[in-house]
Design a protein around this ligand. Structure first.
Ligand SMILES: Cc1cc2nc3c(=O)[nH]c(=O)nc-3n(C[C@H](O)[C@H](O)[C@H](O)COP(=O)(O)O)c2cc1C
Length: 191
């Protein structure tokens, strides 16, 4: 199994999404000892904004090639300004490539990357779940579901939220997420 692990939080050692993504990877590696893991820190080594030359040469697109080689992708994403970190957007811009991970056919767009398992560790300061007053402002989970769905992937989410609403809420939010990590089973996506 090839595992690609990405982090995109700017909050370094204090990052919640980095802690949760690391726990997910540890859990998967317990399930599948010997999995080959590639780690990519999108903050310490940021990608530039997308430019046309990236689209022109998929073979030279290292992010795309690493994604294509992965069976499982674990993404750590903080929730910033109602969406994902721009560092992660720059990565997605290199992975959503026509002819590589999706194509347009007579029936419309078709995802070509199905079969990969993608697990997102998403950590939010407030509450944005179904029924919460903030739900309408949630453009992180919804965006990732759309973008990854477009290329054929149904992502799984481990979400910690309420993290900036005081110590008690933070501890409870992280505990719930880490409990969910312990419940993760299997390594690769069901076919
Ligand atoms: C630049 C920035 C923007 C943020 N914007 C939001 C926001 O729009 N809504 C929210 O609920 N929390 C917001 N937060 C709080 C983060 O979601 C929270 O700190 C979470 O832990 C981020 O994940 P991380 O710790 O892995 O960086 C923001 C935090 C930062 C640093």
């Amino acid at each position: 199994m090839n595992l690609l692990h990405l982090d995109s939080s700017i909050q370094g050692a204090g990052s919640a999404s980095r802690a949760v993504s690391a726990a997910i990877v540890e859990r998967l590696r317990t399930e599948t000892p010997g999995a080959a893991t590639v780690y990519r820190d999108l903050v310490s080594q940021p990608l530039p904004h997308l430019t046309l030359d990236v689209l022109a040469d998929p073979a030279a697109n290292a992010e795309l090639q690493a994604f294509l080689a992965a069976d499982v992708v674990v993404i750590g994403a903080g929730f910033y300004n109602f969406s994902i970190p721009s560092q992660l957007k720059a990565w997605l811009d290199r992975v959503l490539i026509a002819g590589q991970t999706f194509r347009y056919g007579p029936e419309g767009p078709e995802g070509l990357a199905g079969g990969k398992r993608v697990i997102v560790a998403l950590t939010r300061g407030g509450f944005y779940g179904e029924g919460a007053p903030g739900a309408l402002h949630e453009h992180g989970e919804t965006y990732l579901r759309s973008a990854l769905g477009f290329i054929g992937i149904t992502p799984e989410f481990v979400i910690a939220e309420g993290l900036v609403l005081g110590d008690e809420a933070r501890v409870a939010g992280m505990a719930a997420a880490l409990d969910a990590v312990r419940d993760l089973t299997g390594a690769v996506a069901a076919a």
